[in-house]
Design a protein around this ligand. Structure first.
Ligand code: SF4
Ligand code: SF4
Length: 428
């Protein structure tokens, strides 16, 4: 453990093995888990609030949960575990509000093929998660020669008609966040990063990167209003970006789209033509071990559907999965907050089949990187979803005892080192 939040911090540096206050590593672990979950939920709540949605019960919980993590307030493992799961409950509500707000503002999602090439005109690459920033930018480039491309977690923007049909939205460029240094440099135009995950820019492109509100890096202009004229001016100044060819990516498998196909899906499950659902996704990252996910996904049987979301999708995309029931076998449900949609689909299928979510032929293999993934995991645990595999490594803030609590209570496990063996076990 490490804690330096009060004056009693050991040697004026921090308590490492045991708190001077009496806090042990399990209490510290649960408090940190709660803080991480709150951070992830706060990011989603911030997006929802910008789109006019908030919930007083969520705000009240955030205050109470922060209070719980203060010095000399709570040393009780069961109470802290209860608060951790309550964070998951409130995050479910936040993801629901965000889903509703996205649909209300940007239109009913539909399946679309997104081009990944670029055209020789001034360009702006928009990364991060804030669809409202993208929408405002598109409105401001309307009538100009500037074309706008999505990057990373902005890819799901193309499933919403009010964004997809905008004449200046030209496609998608690039993969997950950890490739941005190479991709932002190669893009050639202005870059707008609306949220995480931004990396410290290279000098070669720092002067054409802009950020919005909470997101900032030294030497780049941070925009604090919805006025994007500085980004547009920079794109025009930089001139045409290189022309590139690119394949199409299918997006738009929102929960409403998948549940729209529910009758055919249920018939196929009953007939044995659809044998398993996999949810493989979450965050991507640069650490070794993440090829586990691509190997796992590419070996899933042809009689299964693979749902994905978050930037973890880029890791498993480069494989031809074929089709099943007229659907691509790999179904991109959207951003990490669209885990709400995966929950809706699982609950909908379980309801129709007259069983619980844990009785579905469903395997969940999550990749985590940062605190939004923690909030999503807490939501799944709050719902009682069992046997989730998470990786590539255990969170450093989860102590061995707390991990065992989650293992015993929910069957939570770490991914193994052999994707094919783990897949065979899931199918057995
Ligand atoms: S809150 Fe407890 S563990 Fe943290 S610095 Fe203070 S005494 Fe140490
Ligand atoms: S899914 Fe997670 S890691 Fe990926 S861009 Fe979003 S916040 Fe970052």
């Amino acid at each position: 453990m490490f804690c330096n939040q009060c004056e009693q911090a050991e040697s004026g540096i921090g308590c490492k093995e045991y708190g001077v206050c009496g806090k042990d590593e399990d209490v510290q672990s649960l408090q940190e888990t709660l803080l991480c979950g709150l951070k992830g939920m706060a990011a989603y709540a911030h997006h929802a609030r910008r789109l006019g949605r908030s919930d007083e019960a969520v705000s009240a919980f955030i205050e109470e949960a922060l209070f719980v993590t203060m010095t000399n307030v709570n040393f009780d493992v069961p109470t802290l575990l209860e608060k951790v799961l309550e964070c998951g409950k409130h995050n479910l509500r936040v993801m629901e509000m965000l889903d509703e707000a996205h649909v209300a503002h940007f239109g009913q999602p539909a399946v679309a093929e997104v081009g990944t090439g670029t055209r020789p005109r001034p360009g702006i690459l928009v990364s991060g998660h804030d669809l409202l920033d993208l929408h405002n930018l598109l409105r401001q480039v309307e009538g100009t020669e500037v074309l706008v491309y999505t990057h990373g977690e902005m890819l799901p923007a193309h499933m919403y008609p009010r964004l997809r049909n905008h004449p200046n939205l030209a496609g998608h460029f690039g993969g997950a966040w950890q490739l941005q240094k190479r991709e932002f440099e190669a893009f050639g135009g202005a870059v707008l990063v609306t949220t995480n995950c931004i990396q410290e820019p290279r000098e070669s492109y720092r002067d054409r990167v802009f950020t919005t509100r909470a997101t900032a890096v030294p030497g780049c202009l941070r925009l604090t209003t919805d006025d994007f004229s500085a980004v547009i001016a920079r794109a025009l100044e930089l001139g045409p970006i290189p022309e590139r060819a690119g394949a199409g990516i299918p997006v738009g498998f929102h929960h409403s789209v998948i549940l729209g196909a529910a009758p055919a899906i249920l018939d196929a499950v009953k007939a044995g033509d659809l044998t398993r659902f996999f949810l493989i996704g979450g965050c991507d990252g640069a650490e070794p071990g993440r090829n586990y996910y691509s190997e796992y996904a590419s070996n899933t049987p042809g009689s299964s559907l693979v749902l994905t979301l978050g930037c973890g999708k880029f890791r498993i995309m480069g494989h031809d999965y074929g089709t099943l029931l007229g659907l691509p076998r790999l179904l991109d449900m959207g951003q990490c907050n669209d885990a709400f949609g995966a929950i809706k689909v699982a609950a909908g299928l379980a309801g129709a089949l007259g069983c619980g979510v844990n009785d579905l032929p469903l395997t969940i293999v999550l990749s985590w990187f940062e605190q939004k993934a923690v909030a999503v995991l807490l939501t799944l645990l709050h719902l009682g979803v069992r046997n989730i595999a998470v990786g590539p490594a255990a969170p450093a803030f989860i102590s061995p005892n707390v991990f065992k609590l989650l293992q015993d209570g929910y069957g939570l496990k770490l991914i193994g080192s052999d994707a094919k063996a783990d897949l065979a076990a899931a199918l057995a």
